[in-house]
Design a protein around this ligand. Structure first.
Ligand code: HEM
Length: 98
């Protein structure tokens, strides 16, 4: 909705935002050629939230990256399962770097 289908920051909702959604394909370029995996991980799990993404407790993308969202059906490894989801997303973000 915000970053757009291709991560170019041109999603349909972007026009309603004061802050332009970041272009997700140039993160590495804007970070001296290094893909900031740890910073992005903390951004998504909420330890270093982006204000535009809401709070750690109520992020804009819902509870998909929060362990309690899988507690009911995966009680013995919810943290690991969510970690897997975040890492999959980071691998995807890395794959779209220019
Ligand atoms: C899972 C979904 C999302 C991911 C992975 C994501 C990822 C990111 C990342 C990595 C950045 C910072 C990039 C950088 O360091 O340059 C960012 C910034 C931003 N995102 Fe998202 N985002 C998501 C959803 C959203 C949504 C739904 C919105 C709109 C409501 C949004 C609006 C923004 C804005 C406005 C910024 C720029 C913040 C600023 O300049 O301070 N993002 N996003």
């Amino acid at each position: 909705m915000c970053h757009g289908r291709d991560g170019k920051g041109d999603g349909p909702y972007a026009v309603f935002l004061n802050r332009k959604p970041a272009v997700l394909t140039t993160i590495r370029e804007r970070n001296k050629g290094i893909f900031p995996q740890e910073r992005l991980y903390k951004m998504i799990d909420g330890r270093e939230p982006v204000t535009a993404h809401g709070t750690r407790e109520i992020p804009i993308w819902g509870d998909v990256f929060l362990a309690w969202s899988v507690q009911d059906f995966w009680p013995w490894g919810s943290e690991q399962l969510v970690r897997g989801r975040i890492l999959e997303l980071l691998f995807y973000l890395q794959s779209i770097q220019k």
